[in-house]
Each structure stands twice: as C-alpha cells, then as structure tokens.
Design a protein around this ligand. Structure first.
Ligand SMILES: Nc1ncnc2c1ncn2[C@@H]1O[C@H](COP(=O)(O)OP(=O)(O)O)[C@@H](O)[C@H]1O
Ligand SMILES: [Mg+2]
Length: 257
C-alpha cells in the first residue's frame, strides 16, 4: 500500500544550533521527492529524524496515519522505512548474491529457510534483475564498479519491500554520466507503490527524476514545489546567488568530497 510521509513543525537542536528548524514536509504517496540545499542546510539531519537515527527536539513525523515521532529506528524499518546508508551497508568479502540473500533473510518476510531454498533464490534473482545486476550474482563486492555498488545498495534496501525508500547520500555522487543515467532509470522503474525521498546535488538529475523538490536553507524550508517551480524561484536563486553561482553552491559538498 502506498504511503505518505508528513513532518510537522519538526526541529532538531544540537546544543545552541538548530540544525532543522520548524520544518513542514509532505512527501505524497508514490512520489519521487528530492531534498536539496547547500552544505549545512540540514538535509542529513532531517533524513535522520525520518529514519529514527536521531530523535526530534520538537514536532512530529508521520508515516501515513501513524505517528512515528517516538518510534525507534528498528521499528520504523519494520513499518516499511528503508534507507541506503551514508557508508555502504555491504559486506565487502561477500558476493553480490550473498549480500542480497542476507538482506532478504534479515527482513524475515520468509521464515528461516535453508539458504539455497528456491524462495530465497527467486527473491534474490528478482532483486538483482530489478537493480540491473542480473548475471553479477557471483562477483565479489570488491569487483564491482562504483555504480554497481550503488545498484547493490539499492537491492539491499529494497529487500524488505519498503513503502518509503530514503536515499540518504547523493545517489549519483562520484558516478560517470552513464552510471548516473542508469541509476536514474532504475529509480524511475521502481514500483509506483514505493515512495522515494532522496538527497542529491546534481541538479540535472534532480530535475530529471523528482516529482517534487524541497529546498532547505539554514535548517528551514525555503520552498517546496515542482522542479519547474523550484528552478524558476527568485527566492531559491537569491539564497544561492548570494555567495556565488547557484551551481557551485549546490555542488559544494561534492566538490569537497
Ligand atoms: N551530530 C551533530 N552534532 C552537532 N552539530 C551537527 C551534528 N550533525 C549536524 N550538525 C550541524 O547541523 C547543521 C546541519 O547539518 P547537516 O544536516 O549535515 O546538513 P546537510 O546534510 O544539509 O549538509 C550543520 O551546521 C552541522 O554542522
Ligand atoms: Mg549531508
């Protein structure tokens, strides 16, 4: 069942610093929602408030009709929130198929079965196909290209049939144009039932992929709208043009990486 995410008046303080400041965010069922803004805007902190890695100082987070503000991270995962980690959640000494198998077992939709059980094999095969990794089953993680690792992370994140998928780090960071084009296609091809919220600095990719965009600036929502609305916005342009070219600011984190 397709699900929405709603944040209301959400704030998070670190000592005297209010990293996320009274944020209202609505991510509609099945949407592809991009979170953008310069380094330090509060994007990662906001994502952590959604995953449950951090607790809110005030405000609420709802998944569909369920208030999850005080729900621990592990239970949020069981409610259908899945994330790709900032630092890859892969086991480097294992193969592609073994990584996906572990993720499938961990989600335990299927009660514990022998590893070579056909149900597992079918599920792993389906996830590899969906993320463009068919035929790569027996390759070790260290033998994958950067883009393929991202595809595998996506397969692992999809193993529990999430209702809300959070792409915490910029999915396309460090990728060749061909790899990022492929990733865009994979995200586009995700089932409509999956609601996606993602952080991305590559504005071309954001405007190609997102159905809605929220711009954060100094912890606050500067604007939420369609890609066209965000692109045309005076407020967004002014906020970024203040310190240089728009593009440079959006790209600042990537340039530093
Ligand atoms: N664990 C933390 N402790 C103290 N300050 C933090 C912590 N995490 C983030 N911050 C601060 O909160 C602000 C927002 O950071 P972050 O959410 O990482 O922004 P973004 O992901 O948009 O770059 C920054 O000023 C950052 O230094
Ligand atoms: Mg960040």
């Amino acid at each position: 069942m397709t699900v929405s995410l709603t944040c209301r008046g959400l704030s998070r303080d670190f000592g005297a610093l209010r990293a996320v400041d009274d944020v209202d965010l609505y991510v509609g069922p099945g949407s592809r929602h991009a979170l953008i803004g310069p380094n330090g805007a509060g994007k990662s902190t906001l994502m952590s408030l959604v995953t449950g890695a951090l607790s809110a100082s005030s405000g609420t987070v709802r998944l569909g009709d369920t208030d999850i503000t005080r729900v621990p991270e592990a239970r949020r995962a069981r409610l259908g929130i899945s994330q790709t980690m900032q630092h890859a959640s892969l086991f480097p000494s294992m193969t592609v198929a073994e990584n996906v198998l572990l993720a499938v077992q961990r989600h335990g939709r299927i009660s514990p079965l022998p590893r070579r059980h056909p149900e597992y094999t079918a599920r792993v095969g389906e996830l590899l196909a969906r993320t463009g990794l068919d035929g790569r089953d027996d390759v070790g993680v260290s033998g994958l290209s950067h883009g393929e690792r991202k595809q595998l992370e996506l397969a692992v994140a999809l193993a529990g049939d999430p209702r809300l998928l959070l792409l915490l780090d910029e999915p396309a960071a460090g990728m060749s144009p061909a790899e990022s084009a492929r990733l865009v296609r994979l995200i586009e091809e995700l089932p409509d039932e999956v609601t996606v919220l993602f952080i991305e600095h590559d504005l071309d990719l954001v405007f190609a992929l997102a159905t809605e965009v929220t711009v954060l600036h100094l912890g606050r929502v500067l604007l939420s709208g369609t890609p066209d609305e965000v692109r045309a916005s005076e407020a967004v342009q002014q906020a970024y043009l203040g310190a240089g070219r728009t593009e440079e600011l959006f790209w600042s984190e990537k340039a530093e990486a």
